[in-house]
Design a protein around this ligand. Sequence first.
Ligand code: AOF
Ligand code: ZN
Length: 378
Amino acid sequence: MTEYQAMGRALELALRGTGKVSPNPRVGCVILRDGEIIAEGWHDHFGGMHAEVHALTSARSSLDGATLVVTLEPCAHHGKQPPCTDAIIATKRRPDGTLDPERGIRRVVIGMRDPNPAAGGGLEKLQQAGIEVTVGVREQECWWLNRFFVKHVTTGKPYVIGKAAISLDGCIATRDGASVWISGEESRRRSHALRAEVDAVLVGRGTVQRDDPHLGPRLVRGKMPRRIVLDTHLRLAPTHRVFSDSHRMRTVVCTSPQAAVTSTAELLKRRGVMVLPVPLDEKGRLSLAAVFDVLGEELLVSSVLVEGGQEVLSGCVADGLLDELHLFVAPMLLGAGIGAFGRLAVESLSAAPRWHYHAISRAGDDLHIVLFPQRSSA
Ligand code: AOF
Ligand code: ZN
Protein backbone atom coordinates (compact mmCIF):
# COMPACT_ATOMS: atom_id res chain seq x y z
CA MET A 1 0.00 0.00 0.00
CA THR A 2 1.31 3.48 -0.87
CA GLU A 3 1.42 6.38 1.59
CA TYR A 4 -1.28 8.09 -0.48
CA GLN A 5 -3.55 5.06 -0.05
CA ALA A 6 -2.66 4.87 3.63
CA MET A 7 -3.78 8.49 4.03
CA GLY A 8 -7.06 7.48 2.36
CA ARG A 9 -7.53 4.83 5.06
CA ALA A 10 -6.60 7.38 7.77
CA LEU A 11 -9.26 9.73 6.35
CA GLU A 12 -11.82 6.91 6.56
CA LEU A 13 -10.86 6.12 10.15
CA ALA A 14 -11.15 9.79 11.11
CA LEU A 15 -14.85 9.68 10.15
CA ARG A 16 -15.49 7.37 13.11
CA GLY A 17 -15.27 10.43 15.33
CA THR A 18 -18.12 12.19 13.50
CA GLY A 19 -20.55 13.79 15.91
CA LYS A 20 -18.43 12.86 18.96
CA VAL A 21 -15.13 14.76 18.85
CA SER A 22 -16.29 18.34 18.32
CA PRO A 23 -14.94 20.96 18.89
CA ASN A 24 -11.82 18.84 18.44
CA PRO A 25 -10.84 17.73 14.92
CA ARG A 26 -11.58 14.35 13.40
CA VAL A 27 -8.20 12.60 13.12
CA GLY A 28 -7.25 9.21 11.67
CA CYS A 29 -3.91 7.43 11.71
CA VAL A 30 -2.34 4.26 10.26
CA ILE A 31 1.10 2.78 10.75
CA LEU A 32 2.78 1.20 7.72
CA ARG A 33 5.64 -1.27 7.78
CA ASP A 34 6.96 -2.73 4.53
CA GLY A 35 3.86 -1.40 2.78
CA GLU A 36 1.46 -3.21 5.13
CA ILE A 37 -0.82 -1.62 7.71
CA ILE A 38 0.25 -2.84 11.14
CA ALA A 39 -1.93 -0.51 13.22
CA GLU A 40 -4.90 1.83 12.95
CA GLY A 41 -6.22 4.55 15.23
CA TRP A 42 -8.63 7.44 15.36
CA HIS A 43 -9.75 10.18 17.73
CA ASP A 44 -13.00 8.68 18.93
CA HIS A 45 -14.58 11.21 21.29
CA PHE A 46 -13.90 14.62 22.82
CA GLY A 47 -11.31 14.33 25.56
CA GLY A 48 -10.41 10.81 24.45
CA MET A 49 -7.16 9.28 23.23
CA HIS A 50 -5.60 10.90 20.17
CA ALA A 51 -5.44 8.99 16.89
CA GLU A 52 -1.65 8.50 16.91
CA VAL A 53 -1.54 7.09 20.46
CA HIS A 54 -4.50 4.85 19.64
CA ALA A 55 -2.57 3.48 16.64
CA LEU A 56 0.76 3.17 18.50
CA THR A 57 -0.84 1.22 21.33
CA SER A 58 -2.63 -1.18 19.00
CA ALA A 59 0.37 -2.14 16.82
CA ARG A 60 0.49 -5.89 16.25
CA SER A 61 4.20 -6.09 15.41
CA SER A 62 7.49 -4.23 15.85
CA LEU A 63 7.45 -0.52 15.01
CA ASP A 64 11.12 -0.44 13.98
CA GLY A 65 11.49 1.44 10.70
CA ALA A 66 7.73 2.02 10.39
CA THR A 67 5.94 5.05 8.87
CA LEU A 68 3.13 6.75 10.75
CA VAL A 69 0.51 8.34 8.46
CA VAL A 70 -1.84 10.83 10.12
CA THR A 71 -4.42 13.32 8.80
CA LEU A 72 -3.37 16.12 11.21
CA GLU A 73 0.03 17.21 12.53
CA PRO A 74 0.70 15.36 15.80
CA CYS A 75 0.13 17.66 18.76
CA ALA A 76 3.02 18.96 20.86
CA HIS A 77 1.05 20.13 23.89
CA HIS A 78 -0.44 18.80 27.09
CA GLY A 79 -4.20 19.20 26.71
CA LYS A 80 -6.72 16.67 27.94
CA GLN A 81 -4.28 14.18 26.43
CA PRO A 82 -0.46 14.05 26.55
CA PRO A 83 1.48 15.16 23.45
CA CYS A 84 1.37 12.68 20.54
CA THR A 85 4.77 13.93 19.42
CA ASP A 86 6.31 12.58 22.65
CA ALA A 87 4.58 9.22 22.18
CA ILE A 88 5.98 8.94 18.63
CA ILE A 89 9.49 9.93 19.71
CA ALA A 90 9.32 7.51 22.66
CA THR A 91 9.23 4.60 20.18
CA LYS A 92 12.84 5.53 19.30
CA ARG A 93 14.23 5.49 22.81
CA ARG A 94 16.65 2.89 24.09
CA PRO A 95 16.03 1.62 27.63
CA ASP A 96 18.52 4.27 28.85
CA GLY A 97 16.39 7.03 27.26
CA THR A 98 18.73 7.98 24.41
CA LEU A 99 17.44 8.04 20.83
CA ASP A 100 18.25 5.21 18.44
CA PRO A 101 17.67 6.10 14.75
CA GLU A 102 17.08 2.42 13.89
CA ARG A 103 14.32 1.95 16.44
CA GLY A 104 10.64 2.86 16.28
CA ILE A 105 8.90 5.23 13.88
CA ARG A 106 11.31 6.35 11.15
CA ARG A 107 9.00 8.55 9.09
CA VAL A 108 5.81 10.55 9.69
CA VAL A 109 3.45 11.54 6.86
CA ILE A 110 1.07 14.39 7.77
CA GLY A 111 -2.06 15.49 5.91
CA MET A 112 -2.19 19.05 7.20
CA ARG A 113 -0.56 21.17 9.90
CA ASP A 114 -2.50 21.82 13.12
CA PRO A 115 -3.76 25.43 13.04
CA ASN A 116 -4.33 25.34 16.82
CA PRO A 117 -1.66 27.71 18.15
CA ALA A 118 -1.63 25.82 21.48
CA ALA A 119 -1.01 22.39 19.96
CA GLY A 120 1.14 23.09 16.87
CA GLY A 121 4.88 22.71 16.41
CA GLY A 122 4.85 18.89 16.41
CA LEU A 123 6.48 18.75 12.98
CA GLU A 124 9.67 20.49 14.11
CA LYS A 125 9.87 18.42 17.29
CA LEU A 126 9.68 15.21 15.27
CA GLN A 127 12.39 16.45 12.92
CA GLN A 128 14.60 17.38 15.86
CA ALA A 129 14.34 13.78 17.04
CA GLY A 130 15.69 12.60 13.68
CA ILE A 131 12.32 11.54 12.22
CA GLU A 132 11.75 12.19 8.52
CA VAL A 133 8.55 14.24 8.06
CA THR A 134 6.42 14.91 4.97
CA VAL A 135 3.45 17.28 5.11
CA GLY A 136 0.59 18.02 2.69
CA VAL A 137 -0.44 14.54 1.52
CA ARG A 138 -4.16 14.76 0.53
CA GLU A 139 -4.21 18.10 2.31
CA GLN A 140 -7.46 19.30 0.68
CA GLU A 141 -9.35 16.23 1.89
CA CYS A 142 -7.89 16.64 5.37
CA TRP A 143 -8.90 20.31 5.41
CA TRP A 144 -12.43 19.41 4.26
CA LEU A 145 -12.74 16.92 7.11
CA ASN A 146 -11.67 19.56 9.63
CA ARG A 147 -12.95 22.80 8.14
CA PHE A 148 -15.21 23.32 11.20
CA PHE A 149 -12.29 22.83 13.61
CA VAL A 150 -9.97 25.08 11.56
CA LYS A 151 -12.42 28.01 11.58
CA HIS A 152 -13.36 27.61 15.25
CA VAL A 153 -9.86 27.15 16.62
CA THR A 154 -8.48 30.13 14.66
CA THR A 155 -11.39 32.60 15.11
CA GLY A 156 -13.56 31.35 17.99
CA LYS A 157 -16.53 31.47 15.57
CA PRO A 158 -18.36 28.48 14.12
CA TYR A 159 -18.14 27.44 10.45
CA VAL A 160 -21.53 28.36 9.01
CA ILE A 161 -23.25 26.34 6.27
CA GLY A 162 -26.43 27.61 4.61
CA LYS A 163 -28.86 25.07 3.20
CA ALA A 164 -31.97 25.49 1.09
CA ALA A 165 -34.20 23.21 -0.97
CA ILE A 166 -35.32 25.35 -3.87
CA SER A 167 -37.24 25.22 -7.12
CA LEU A 168 -35.45 25.88 -10.43
CA ASP A 169 -36.44 29.51 -10.02
CA GLY A 170 -35.00 29.80 -6.53
CA CYS A 171 -38.11 29.52 -4.35
CA ILE A 172 -38.33 27.72 -1.02
CA ALA A 173 -42.14 27.80 -0.93
CA THR A 174 -45.23 28.80 -2.86
CA ARG A 175 -46.71 32.20 -2.19
CA ASP A 176 -48.91 30.81 0.59
CA GLY A 177 -45.89 29.25 2.31
CA ALA A 178 -46.33 25.56 1.39
CA SER A 179 -42.80 24.16 1.26
CA VAL A 180 -42.48 20.82 2.94
CA TRP A 181 -41.93 18.58 -0.09
CA ILE A 182 -39.95 20.63 -2.61
CA SER A 183 -36.93 18.35 -2.65
CA GLY A 184 -36.86 14.58 -3.18
CA GLU A 185 -35.90 11.72 -0.90
CA GLU A 186 -32.16 11.69 -1.73
CA SER A 187 -31.86 15.45 -1.14
CA ARG A 188 -33.55 15.04 2.23
CA ARG A 189 -31.22 12.18 3.10
CA ARG A 190 -28.21 14.36 2.26
CA SER A 191 -29.52 17.25 4.34
CA HIS A 192 -30.00 14.89 7.25
CA ALA A 193 -26.38 13.72 6.75
CA LEU A 194 -25.36 17.38 7.05
CA ARG A 195 -27.39 17.69 10.25
CA ALA A 196 -25.54 14.69 11.67
CA GLU A 197 -22.16 16.30 10.92
CA VAL A 198 -22.69 19.73 12.46
CA ASP A 199 -22.84 20.78 16.08
CA ALA A 200 -25.98 22.86 15.58
CA VAL A 201 -28.89 23.44 13.20
CA LEU A 202 -30.35 26.95 13.17
CA VAL A 203 -33.77 28.21 12.08
CA GLY A 204 -35.79 31.39 12.45
CA ARG A 205 -39.06 31.86 14.28
CA GLY A 206 -41.13 31.69 11.08
CA THR A 207 -39.86 28.23 10.19
CA VAL A 208 -40.75 26.82 13.61
CA GLN A 209 -44.19 28.44 13.49
CA ARG A 210 -44.99 27.20 9.98
CA ASP A 211 -43.32 23.76 9.83
CA ASP A 212 -42.93 22.79 13.51
CA PRO A 213 -39.72 20.94 12.52
CA HIS A 214 -37.91 18.24 14.49
CA LEU A 215 -34.50 19.16 12.94
CA GLY A 216 -32.92 15.78 13.70
CA PRO A 217 -31.03 13.55 11.24
CA ARG A 218 -33.82 10.97 11.13
CA LEU A 219 -32.96 9.59 7.65
CA VAL A 220 -29.37 8.75 8.60
CA ARG A 221 -27.83 7.38 11.76
CA GLY A 222 -26.40 10.19 13.82
CA LYS A 223 -26.65 12.31 16.91
CA MET A 224 -29.18 15.08 17.39
CA PRO A 225 -27.41 18.43 16.82
CA ARG A 226 -28.19 21.35 19.07
CA ARG A 227 -31.31 23.08 17.72
CA ILE A 228 -30.91 26.85 17.63
CA VAL A 229 -34.09 28.91 17.25
CA LEU A 230 -33.96 32.66 16.69
CA ASP A 231 -36.98 34.35 18.29
CA THR A 232 -36.24 38.00 19.08
CA HIS A 233 -39.27 38.61 21.32
CA LEU A 234 -39.82 35.01 22.43
CA ARG A 235 -43.28 34.81 20.84
CA LEU A 236 -43.25 31.14 19.82
CA ALA A 237 -45.64 28.88 21.70
CA PRO A 238 -43.90 26.47 24.11
CA THR A 239 -45.91 23.65 22.54
CA HIS A 240 -43.69 23.48 19.44
CA ARG A 241 -41.75 20.25 19.00
CA VAL A 242 -38.32 21.83 19.54
CA PHE A 243 -39.46 23.03 23.00
CA SER A 244 -41.42 19.97 24.08
CA ASP A 245 -40.11 16.74 22.56
CA SER A 246 -37.60 14.41 24.22
CA HIS A 247 -34.64 16.33 22.71
CA ARG A 248 -35.72 19.69 24.17
CA MET A 249 -32.50 19.80 26.23
CA ARG A 250 -30.70 20.16 22.88
CA THR A 251 -32.70 23.31 22.00
CA VAL A 252 -31.25 26.78 22.45
CA VAL A 253 -33.50 29.77 21.86
CA CYS A 254 -31.67 33.01 21.08
CA THR A 255 -33.65 36.03 22.16
CA SER A 256 -33.30 39.67 23.21
CA PRO A 257 -31.85 40.35 26.67
CA GLN A 258 -35.31 41.71 27.71
CA ALA A 259 -37.23 38.63 26.50
CA ALA A 260 -34.70 36.35 28.21
CA VAL A 261 -36.02 37.35 31.65
CA THR A 262 -39.78 36.98 30.98
CA SER A 263 -42.06 34.28 32.39
CA THR A 264 -42.05 32.49 29.01
CA ALA A 265 -38.26 32.30 29.23
CA GLU A 266 -38.54 30.89 32.76
CA LEU A 267 -41.03 28.25 31.62
CA LEU A 268 -38.73 27.13 28.80
CA LYS A 269 -35.72 27.02 31.10
CA ARG A 270 -37.61 24.88 33.60
CA ARG A 271 -38.20 22.40 30.76
CA GLY A 272 -34.49 22.23 30.02
CA VAL A 273 -34.46 24.52 26.98
CA MET A 274 -31.51 26.92 27.02
CA VAL A 275 -32.46 30.59 26.69
CA LEU A 276 -29.54 32.61 25.33
CA PRO A 277 -29.72 36.41 25.43
CA VAL A 278 -28.13 38.00 22.35
CA PRO A 279 -27.66 41.73 21.66
CA LEU A 280 -29.95 43.36 19.09
CA ASP A 281 -28.67 45.22 16.03
CA GLU A 282 -29.50 48.84 15.18
CA LYS A 283 -32.77 47.73 13.56
CA GLY A 284 -33.91 45.97 16.75
CA ARG A 285 -33.34 42.45 15.38
CA LEU A 286 -31.06 39.77 16.79
CA SER A 287 -27.58 40.39 15.46
CA LEU A 288 -26.72 37.26 13.47
CA ALA A 289 -23.00 37.90 13.88
CA ALA A 290 -23.52 38.11 17.64
CA VAL A 291 -25.51 34.86 17.62
CA PHE A 292 -22.61 33.01 15.96
CA ASP A 293 -20.06 34.65 18.28
CA VAL A 294 -21.99 33.58 21.38
CA LEU A 295 -22.50 30.04 20.04
CA GLY A 296 -18.81 29.69 19.21
CA GLU A 297 -17.41 31.17 22.36
CA GLU A 298 -19.92 30.22 25.06
CA LEU A 299 -21.21 26.89 23.80
CA LEU A 300 -18.09 25.85 21.82
CA VAL A 301 -20.26 25.23 18.76
CA SER A 302 -17.80 24.77 15.88
CA SER A 303 -20.33 24.36 13.04
CA VAL A 304 -23.85 25.56 12.33
CA LEU A 305 -26.23 24.53 9.55
CA VAL A 306 -28.60 27.39 8.77
CA GLU A 307 -31.78 25.85 7.40
CA GLY A 308 -33.93 28.94 6.95
CA GLY A 309 -36.22 30.54 6.43
CA GLN A 310 -35.96 33.36 3.97
CA GLU A 311 -35.17 36.05 6.51
CA VAL A 312 -32.36 34.20 8.26
CA LEU A 313 -30.77 32.95 5.02
CA SER A 314 -30.96 36.42 3.46
CA GLY A 315 -29.54 38.00 6.62
CA CYS A 316 -26.61 35.55 6.73
CA VAL A 317 -25.74 36.30 3.10
CA ALA A 318 -26.16 40.07 3.53
CA ASP A 319 -23.83 40.06 6.53
CA GLY A 320 -21.27 37.80 4.80
CA LEU A 321 -21.64 35.08 7.45
CA LEU A 322 -21.87 31.93 5.33
CA ASP A 323 -18.73 29.85 4.79
CA GLU A 324 -20.49 27.34 2.55
CA LEU A 325 -23.87 26.99 0.85
CA HIS A 326 -25.77 23.84 -0.15
CA LEU A 327 -28.63 24.21 -2.61
CA PHE A 328 -30.86 21.27 -3.45
CA VAL A 329 -32.55 22.27 -6.70
CA ALA A 330 -35.77 20.45 -7.59
CA PRO A 331 -36.85 20.42 -11.25
CA MET A 332 -40.00 22.46 -10.71
CA LEU A 333 -41.07 26.06 -11.14
CA LEU A 334 -42.88 28.03 -8.47
CA GLY A 335 -43.15 31.42 -10.17
CA ALA A 336 -44.14 34.08 -7.69
CA GLY A 337 -43.16 32.01 -4.66
CA ILE A 338 -40.99 32.85 -1.67
CA GLY A 339 -37.39 33.28 -2.84
CA ALA A 340 -34.75 31.59 -0.68
CA PHE A 341 -32.86 34.89 -0.50
CA GLY A 342 -35.83 37.16 -1.23
CA ARG A 343 -35.05 39.59 1.58
CA LEU A 344 -31.65 40.38 0.15
CA ALA A 345 -31.61 43.92 -1.19
CA VAL A 346 -29.10 43.90 -4.05
CA GLU A 347 -28.68 47.46 -5.28
CA SER A 348 -26.47 46.78 -8.29
CA LEU A 349 -24.87 43.88 -10.13
CA SER A 350 -21.49 44.84 -8.73
CA ALA A 351 -22.90 44.58 -5.20
CA ALA A 352 -24.35 41.08 -5.77
CA PRO A 353 -22.93 38.43 -3.44
CA ARG A 354 -21.00 36.03 -5.68
CA TRP A 355 -20.06 32.38 -5.17
CA HIS A 356 -17.75 29.68 -6.53
CA TYR A 357 -19.23 26.35 -7.53
CA HIS A 358 -17.37 23.80 -5.43
CA ALA A 359 -19.25 20.61 -6.31
CA ILE A 360 -22.32 19.73 -8.33
CA SER A 361 -23.97 16.32 -8.27
CA ARG A 362 -27.31 14.64 -8.88
CA ALA A 363 -29.35 13.87 -5.78
CA GLY A 364 -32.11 11.66 -7.20
CA ASP A 365 -34.17 13.96 -9.42
CA ASP A 366 -32.59 17.07 -7.85
CA LEU A 367 -29.27 18.84 -8.25
CA HIS A 368 -27.04 19.25 -5.20
CA ILE A 369 -24.84 22.33 -5.54
CA VAL A 370 -22.14 23.18 -3.00
CA LEU A 371 -20.79 26.73 -3.12
CA PHE A 372 -18.14 28.81 -1.38
CA PRO A 373 -18.49 32.58 -1.11
CA GLN A 374 -16.17 34.73 -3.19
CA ARG A 375 -14.72 36.91 -0.53
CA SER A 376 -13.27 40.30 -1.39
CA SER A 377 -9.59 40.65 -0.58
CA ALA A 378 -10.40 40.58 3.18
C1 AOF B 1 -3.53 14.98 17.50
N1 AOF B 1 -4.27 13.83 17.38
O1 AOF B 1 -6.19 12.73 17.43
C2 AOF B 1 -6.23 15.02 17.86
C3 AOF B 1 -5.47 16.21 17.94
O2 AOF B 1 -7.36 18.47 24.73
P1 AOF B 1 -6.67 17.47 23.87
O3 AOF B 1 -5.43 16.89 24.49
O4 AOF B 1 -7.57 16.39 23.32
O5 AOF B 1 -6.08 18.27 22.59
C4 AOF B 1 -6.97 18.78 21.63
C5 AOF B 1 -6.16 19.48 20.58
O6 AOF B 1 -5.21 18.57 20.01
C6 AOF B 1 -7.05 19.93 19.40
O7 AOF B 1 -7.46 21.25 19.57
C7 AOF B 1 -6.10 19.79 18.23
O8 AOF B 1 -5.23 20.90 18.12
C8 AOF B 1 -5.30 18.56 18.61
N2 AOF B 1 -6.05 17.36 18.22
N3 AOF B 1 -4.15 16.14 17.74
O9 AOF B 1 -2.30 14.95 17.39
C9 AOF B 1 -5.57 13.80 17.55
N4 AOF B 1 -7.56 15.02 18.09
ZN1 ZN C 1 -2.26 14.54 19.95
